[in-house]
Design a protein around this ligand. Structure first.
Ligand SMILES: Cc1cc2nc3c(=O)[nH]c(=O)nc-3n(C[C@H](O)[C@H](O)[C@H](O)COP(=O)(O)OP(=O)(O)OC[C@H]3O[C@@H](n4cnc5c(N)ncnc54)[C@H](O)[C@@H]3O)c2cc1C
Ligand code: SF4
Ligand code: SF4
Length: 429
């Protein structure tokens, strides 16, 4: 019987095309070989990465790579890539690990960011900008749909994150960081409770990589923090469950971001329509996981059906994801380790926006790592500088936004006072 090495499979479908009995099925990112397989071996020859193995196959022994870096960054999202770029610019040797084979894909984002939050990190470039926006509108959905607030003049962008994320990683490489794709961190190297590196699995096997500081920038699904003993588990009430379509064939103002609030439409959260160029928009919503009676996708389908201008569109992409909207974590560091971005739950609890926060935290963590490494002290106490500086700046605002959100029960989140606070929080987009 043929088996699949999932860490190596690139989901290209070449094996499917040569199988004479239809025994291989490619289910998006899962390859299934069924009982019709009669071990002819044709698919083995077709596979460009050696991901298929016959029963008698013996893999050449992989010599574990044991290399030292100043910093290993786990995760090439905006947080990890900005960190890797800034750390490399500060003269550190940096390895950036990404488990996906294509950085930035699949997208898990509505892709909105304010101009003033973006420009400190990268000059806006039409290659990765789908739409420029200058207006925001909030509507409350109850018995009908009522426009509650509108704002004009704020500048923002709807990105094309599939490209944006990759460009940030390219900039990290340009600055001197080594980038590895299709390579997942699977654990930490620990010595007496101190983090000394990571264990990673790539297409060619497992590696042990030593470093002075590990950065967990591994997103909402982060495991790096828990591996070091940090508690990052989200209570359901602080988890926003999201679904979004890229809808094509609709008519909306291509310069306006629309927000819809209402207990029925998205309990504890909101729906959004972010333009993605003429006739297209990211149309999605997030529901507070402990309040939702149905899946986010179910709410989304109902929302679109209820809005005739959206209902005539066609979904060309489906995005699903989770957003951490809880309070700031009490601890973002351990000895030899820091957490950044969604992994550190640094998302704005009012809006769910986290791209800019991740980049800010990435830059801050790079500075603190460089200082700590130069001083030869990467203990939790030395790295706590990062936590303190975060809390003195952006983190302080996030803590305030969490308190603000908590002041309003989900039922009160269409009240004028909440809408005012929400508009201020999203106003820049
Ligand atoms: C539906 C939805 C809509 C959103 N809309 C917006 C919005 O409009 N504006 C906004 O600002 N924010 C938005 N967000 C939030 C935003 O996407 C995140 O806050 C942002 O991507 C966080 O960046 P990050 O670098 O921390 O993590 P991510 O972008 O999640 O990157 C983490 C990376 O780590 C990799 N990784 C994970 N585990 C490992 C491992 N073990 N080894 C190697 N690599 C690993 C992942 O593959 C991923 O590439 C939205 C989120 C969702 C789900
Ligand atoms: S070994 Fe032959 S029958 Fe089995 S999956 Fe491969 S091509 Fe198909
Ligand atoms: S040919 Fe190889 S890489 Fe392509 S889908 Fe089949 S097993 Fe995966």
């Amino acid at each position: 019987m043929i088996t699949v090495k999932v860490a190596r499979c690139g989901y290209c479908g070449a094996c499917v095309s040569v199988c004479p009995v239809g025994a291989v099925e490619l289910a998006e990112t899962r390859l299934i070989i069924n009982e019709a397989c009669f071990d002819c071996g044709l698919c083995l020859a077709a596979c460009p990465v050696g991901a298929l193995q016959a029963e008698d196959y013996t893999e050449a022994e992989v010599i574990p790579l044991r290399r030292g870096y100043d910093v290993v960054v786990v995760g090439a999202g905006p947080g990890g890539s900005v960190l890797a770029r800034e750390a490399a610019k500060l003269g550190l040797s940096v390895l950036l690990l990404e488990k996906r084979q294509e950085i930035g894909s699949p997208v898990r984002c509505a892709e909105g960011i304010a101009h003033e939050m973006l420009v400190p990190f990268i000059e806006p470039d039409p290659h990765w900008i789908s739409a420029e926006v200058s207006k925001a509108q909030i509507a409350v959905i109850g018995d009908g749909t009522t426009v509650a607030r509108q704002a004009e003049g704020t500048q923002g962008y709807i990105l094309e994150r599939r490209i944006f994320d990759r460009v940030l990683a390219e900039e990290a490489a340009q600055a001197g960081a080594q980038v590895m794709v299709k390579t997942a961190a699977t654990g930490l190297l620990l010595e007496d409770g101190v983090v000394r590196g990571v264990v990673a699995r790539g297409p060619d096997g497992t590696m042990e990589i030593e470093c002075a500081v590990v950065i967990g920038a591994d997103g909402v699904e982060s495991q790096v923090g828990p591996w070091a003993g940090l508690d990052t588990v989200l209570p359901l009430r602080d988890a926003m469950s999201c679904a979004q379509y890229l809808l094509a064939g609709i008519e909306i103002d291509p310069a306006c971001c629309y927000y819809y609030i209402g207990r029925q439409v998205a309990p504890g959260g909101y729906a959004w329509v972010f333009p993605k160029g003429e006739g297209k928009a990211n149309v999605g919503l997030g529901v507070q996981a402990d309040l939702a009676a149905n899946s986010a996708l179910n709410y989304l389908n109902r929302f679109i059906e209820s809005q005739s201008h959206l209902a005539r569109g066609s979904p060309v992409t489906l995005v699903v994801g989770g957003v951490p909207v809880g309070p700031v974590l009490p601890c973002l560091v351990a000895s030899g380790l820091m957490l950044v971005g969604d992994a550190a739950r640094q998302v704005d609890p009012l809006t769910g926006g986290g791209i800019a926060n991740a980049m800010m935290a990435g830059r801050l963590a790079a500075e603190v790592a460089a200082q700590a490494i130069a001083a030869g002290d990467t203990s939790a106490e030395a790295l706590a500088q990062y936590e303190q500086r975060w809390m003195a700046g952006r983190g302080h605002k996030m803590a305030r936004n969490y308190r603000l959100k908590e002041r309003f029960s989900p039922e009160q989140r269409s009240s004028p006072d909440f809408l005012r606070a929400f508009m201020v929080a999203v106003g820049g987009i």
